[in-house]
Design a protein around this ligand. Sequence first.
Ligand code: TYM
Length: 318
Amino acid sequence: MRVLSGIQPSGQLHLGNYFGSIVPNLALVGQAEQNFFFIADLHALTSMQEPAVLKQAREDIVLDYLACGFDPTKAIIFEQSQVPEHTQLLWILSCIAPMGLLERAVSYKDKVQQGIRASVGLFTYPVLMAADILLYRATHVPVGRDQKQHVEIARDLAGKFNAAFGEVFVIPEPVIQKDTAVVPGTDGRKMSKSYGNVIPLFGNENTLKKAIMGIVTDSKDAHAPKDPDTCVVYQIHKLFLSGAEAKALAQEYRSGLAYGEAKKRLLATVLEHLAPLRERRLGLKSSVAKEVLEAGRKKAQEVAHTTMAHVRESTGLS
Ligand code: TYM
């Protein structure tokens, strides 16, 4: 098993990233032969054009990863932009990627629908993502449901390439946890930086309080029975709980737990759960980020280089 996942450095990490991607990837460290965790900074360029902000976000996100518990001696942490094979493979895959397949990509269609003027980079975003995955022969890709179609496109392109040029690529599997496939944001839609509805992973107490107290609820009376299945406060809270604890809390909602009290309890749980991460994060210096990334880049580059040698050979470009 070779596990790979990536996150764009385009704002603060949030609970959606944490439960949808970081926790499932961390759970596989140790079981996997290799575990890659990379910063998708080339993807971020499709929506960010502020050099100083991007530079800072790239550094911050490595420290965030480390604070979440990634051990750089066990996982390979690196930046996409520092391994040139990603963009080399992007081109080769672009030459076999049908336009129609990319035109059907939901995230592209969504952005266009929101009125964002599409660049070529935004259109070929899933091809770069396929290159990220296929370069490392990843067998398992932990993602939230929003990225499922992109992993399917990677599978599709791997199959097309193998059929045309011989068995070079491994077909990757998306790993999507049922309970964390779509972590809701404070307004009930998918938690997302672009919706401004996030609960940040490393926010201070005040930021977390403001976000949690602002979660949208229905207008039921304080002590009326509540439906935990449709309540965003509960849906977020249960991510932190064991099965038995979640069941007990659901019962309290049904027995009339007031939303104000439910939010206070969620805040306490979040603060308690994230305290060790925040403490570790404060103790990390930016020099550590540089060292980890350089060591990661070297290891990633070796794997990427070997795959690209096969790709060149099989396509007649060696
Ligand atoms: P990004 O940066 O938007 O999100 C990073 C990861 O977090 C997951 N996620 C969520 N999961 C559940 N609920 C949510 N509300 C939620 N919000 C985000 C995402 O599904 C993702 O797993 N294109 C990718 C980055 C990428 C990548 C890759 C990922 C580039 N190449 C190769 C995996 C493999 C992205 O924009 O993720």
